[in-house]
Design a protein around this ligand. Sequence first.
Ligand SMILES: C[S@@+](CC[C@H](N)C(=O)[O-])C[C@H]1O[C@@H](n2cnc3c(N)ncnc32)[C@H](O)[C@@H]1O
Length: 367
Amino acid sequence: MNEKIQAQDLSAVSETMLATLYSHAVESRRPDALIHDPRAEELVARIDFDFARHQMGEDDQAATCVRLRQFDRFAQAFLTAHPDGVVVHIGCGLDTRFDRVDNGQVTWYDLDLPPVIELRRKLLEETPRYKMIPASAQAASALDLAWLDVVDVYPGKPFLFIAEGVFMYFSDAEMRRLVLALRERFPGAELIFDVASPLIVWLQNLSLARMKANFRMRWSLRRYDALEQWSPGIRLLEAWYYTSLKESIPRLQKLQTLFRLFPPLGKGMVILRYRLDQSLVQMEEQPMKDKSAVWRYVIAALVGAVVGGLAVALAGRLLPKMMDRMMDRMRSEFPRQMMARMQAEGCDPMEMCQRMMAEFRAQEQRE
Ligand SMILES: C[S@@+](CC[C@H](N)C(=O)[O-])C[C@H]1O[C@@H](n2cnc3c(N)ncnc32)[C@H](O)[C@@H]1O
């Protein structure tokens, strides 16, 4: 009855879930606990694993638990807005967020790699509102995302996809494939995940190399709104940083000071909340079309004003000079030439005058 359950066939990345589980359990027992997670304490007691091997330092444990608390808050906010929504927890590990945020109405899916779900199923019960999916969210092609069919059975229901401590192990191509598939199939869905800057991923990989770990982090974001460029209909709604913490947590004080002093570190880890909405596409494209038309008019008006202004300025300087030259010639040469030609060509003054005026205009044009 009290026999412990073995954690078997776990990949090195999957094993990291035991470290986070243990940190939640240890934190939960502290008098100054940042989170209360009795389920984590219970699971740690039931799994046959040398957890002490994964004991985190005090500050790392506090940081991990603050992250969990913020993810819980985001999930709770989603459920407050959509009490009967559907939540898909990607890379759930042994986390029991469902127990912590369940509102009695949500339909919840915990998804992770098959060996992890196998272990979960030995520890936790599925119910009509709580289910598990053994699958990989890392897709080499769209076909690998067949698990989407399992959850795509609630037409019109609001969806939340949430992934904590997972996407940094994916490649950029895998992330794009996943995000675009979610956007396509779940209009209006929210996607909440954590990600780090390239600098932090580089630092984390240095420390993984030092620990001789056989996996590395791969995905990072230089700009946290970068997903918006992947396709229309993707909107960044919120970004949460450790520096967003209003309270002072004694165990995090050193880290918080470091983060404040070096913003690239302070802003190097973030939880992002995105909206994926294909229906936004038309709304976005329409104003974009209108905007570009307005801009075309504005640019044409500006160019017109500049060219017109130059023309007026030029004409203002040249025209008086031309008139002066014309008047000078008419005053000095015109009468003398006219008399001479009238005699030579034998025509009357009026005819001669018209002929000379025409020649004069032609010459002006040539000049
Ligand atoms: C650091 S653990 C985090 C677990 C849990 N989210 C938490 O915060 O305690 C990373 C988790 O991502 C899962 N994971 C890694 N690659 C995955 C994939 N391709 N599909 C689904 N889950 C994956 C691992 O099995 C592991 O449970």
